[in-house]
Design a protein around this ligand. Structure first.
Ligand code: FES
Length: 117
């Protein structure tokens, strides 16, 4: 086990895990942030997507030891335009999309609706 400091949703956390522990499991098991979902586990489906310094990242395939000083943002930490995009129906959709690309969908939900109009 190794101690890591990770900054998630604006808060710093100290955790003690193996270096190759996927960020997904740190978020869910160590920090209790269950909004980030497990789907395929091989960086294909996107259910585990978080932002790392504002860029989408598949957290199931990214070791916590590689996070460093960068900021992790999960669905719980979204604010502004992204948060508005998931309210009110988006949050319900996120709960239901265990095996789909939830956080990626958060980024573009209004685009598909706008295109349909
Ligand atoms: S669980 Fe990470 S991409 Fe599917």
């Amino acid at each position: 086990m190794t101690a890591y400091n990770v900054k998630v949703n604006g808060r710093s956390h100290s955790i003690d895990v193996l270096p190759d522990t996927p960020l997904l499991w740190v978020l869910r098991d160590s920090l209790g942030l269950s909004g980030t979902k497990f789907g395929c586990g091989i960086a294909m489906c996107g259910a585990c997507t978080v932002y790392l310094d504002g860029k989408p990242l598949r957290s199931c395939s990214f070791p916590v030891s590689a996070v460093g000083d960068r900021e992790v943002t999960t669905i719980e930490g979204l604010s502004g335009r992204e948060a508005a995009a998931v309210e009110p129906s988006g949050q319900e959709a996120l709960v239901e999309c265990e095996n789909r690309d939830c956080l990626t969908a958060v980024r573009f939900p209004r685009t598909s609706r706008s295109a349909a109009r």
